[in-house]
Design a protein around this ligand. Structure first.
Ligand SMILES: Cc1ncc(COP(=O)(O)O)c(C=O)c1O
Length: 435
């Protein structure tokens, strides 16, 4: 099909300025390694791993073969009261990577479903323990927890909530962790651990026994890479423990090597009660997400139910879909065999240095970064997000794909990248940022 303005009309594109896009479309037809290719064959280096999900690079044949084999063998089976081997195997392989004690895995189909599942599990946990009055949730300014109604209610980004009603009742937001004095600090900023005490304030305002869980992204990714200040996550953990509040880490972006360890909870040495995963779990070759919970969470819910009774009335038609499990297993094999988490860790200094060097351009107002993810703030002009989209488009035409949120660029290349790939990314950024 030849794409022109007319033939593009039927598709309502997500998180896209549809009218603007269709007037100036940016189409890719193929992916290979760290590159996407336009229909004419022009290479576009992918500086954001798609949407932070293709950690092992694009269109890996090992994953495609595994998915094809699985679809030809067992394309689908109901996941309720029936099982298939790969889902048990993938849950086991994930639990080998997660922090000790985080060992029960529930499959979903996206990060948004993972977040809404985590909300329900947190509520069900307290209910099972006779504390069903704990229904308040705590989130954070500038948070992104997907787009389902639970995640939208947790959202700390105004545009993601503004048009969508009141959302869940009883959600309180603590402050985000961006501080002007921490501008241009690489890795964890020195100042700001005390921002975690906002949770203590919420406890004082509402009473600990009304609060179910506190949701945070260890590194707030979509808002432009806000790295937690030294001691911040530890302090949140302490306050949660003191008051019986579950700590939920949304690791949808951070997970699978982005921070140098399998998960950010290991990188920062803080274990939550529930983790949400998606994106790089299947290298984005199949839609899939998961939550991983501590054994105490699983046991509390499961052991509270009578024998032969469903313990959690929750699940999706496609929970643990066979093709997604096949993709997940093939992806974890690649991560292991190619030592991609270690590879990302050893490339991260080179990567960070080349991105932080962009500080010299007037348009850049802050840079943050940890491991293989960085955020570059651009000076706004002509309304919020105008500079971000303009720069993003120029970069595409210069041969680089990057995710922009508002006026921030989020650079997080695949973990298979080489130093030469990083050089190409920074050269293209330089060319456009100085223009
Ligand atoms: C931290 C976080 N949680 C949840 C989501 C939602 O994931 P999905 O788009 O797969 O629903 C995202 C997506 O970027 C995310 O960054």
């Amino acid at each position: 099909m030849r794409l022109d303005h007319q033939s593009m009309e039927n598709l309502w594109m997500p998180f896209t300025s549809n009218r603007d896009f269709k007037a100036d479309p940016r189409i890719v037809a193929r992916g290979d390694g760290v590159y996407l290719y336009t229909p004419e064959g022009r290479p576009i280096i992918d500086a954001s791993s798609g949407l932070f999900c293709c950690a092992a690079g694009h269109s890996r044949p090992e994953i495609a073969d595994a998915v094809h084999r699985q679809l030809a063998t067992l394309a689908y089976t109901a996941p309720f009261q029936l099982g298939h081997e790969l889902s048990f195997e993938l849950a086991h392989r994930i639990a080998e990577l997660t922090p000790e004690g985080m060992n029960r895995v529930f499959f979903v189909n996206s990060g948004s479903e993972a977040v809404d599942t985590a909300i329900k599990v947190a509520l069900a946990y307290h209910y099972a323990r006779g504390e069903g009055q704990r229904q308040r949730l705590v989130s954070r300014e500038r948070a992104y927890h997907g787009v389902n109604l639970g995640g939208t209610s947790l959202s700390g980004m105004v545009k993601n909530r503004q048009a969508f009603g009141l959302g869940l009742a009883g959600i309180a937001h603590i402050r985000h962790t961006w501080l002007p004095e921490n501008r241009y600090q690489r890795n964890q900023p020195a100042d700001g651990a005390e921002l975690a005490d906002d949770l203590e304030k919420i406890v004082h305002n509402y009473g600990a026994d009304s609060i179910a869980a506190c949701f945070v992204e260890p590194i707030a990714g979509s808002t432009g890479c806000l790295v937690p200040p030294v001691g911040y996550l530890e302090r949140l953990r302490e306050i949660c423990d003191q008051h019986g509040i579950l700590l939920v880490f949304d690791e949808v972006i951070c997970g699978f090597g982005r921070t140098g360890e399998p998960f950010a909870s290991q990188t920062f040495g803080v274990t939550p009660d529930i983790m949400t995963l998606a994106k790089a779990l299947t290298n984005a070759a199949q839609p899939m997400g998961a939550i991983v919970v501590g054994q105490h969470v699983y046991d509390s819910i499961v052991n509270a139910a009578p024998d032969r009774v469903i313990e959690l009335f929750h699940g999706y038609t496609y929970s643990g879909h066979p093709a997604a499990c096949a993709a997940g297993l093939a992806t974890l094999d690649i991560y292991r065999d190619e030592k991609l988490f270690e590879r990302g860790r050893s490339l991260s200094d080179y990567f960070q240095e080349s991105i932080f060097a962009l500080k010299e351009f007037d348009i850049v107002t802050d840079i943050r970064g940890y491991g293989m993810i960085t955020g570059i703030d651009l000076a706004p002009s002509g309304g919020p997000g105008n500079v971000g989209i303009t720069v993003q488009k120029k970069l595409f035409h210069a041969g680089l794909h990057v995710k922009a949120t508002g006026d921030a660029l989020i650079v997080a290349p695949p973990l298979i990248s080489t130093e030469a790939n990083i050089d190409e990314i920074s050269e293209k950024l330089r060319k456009v940022l100085q223009s």
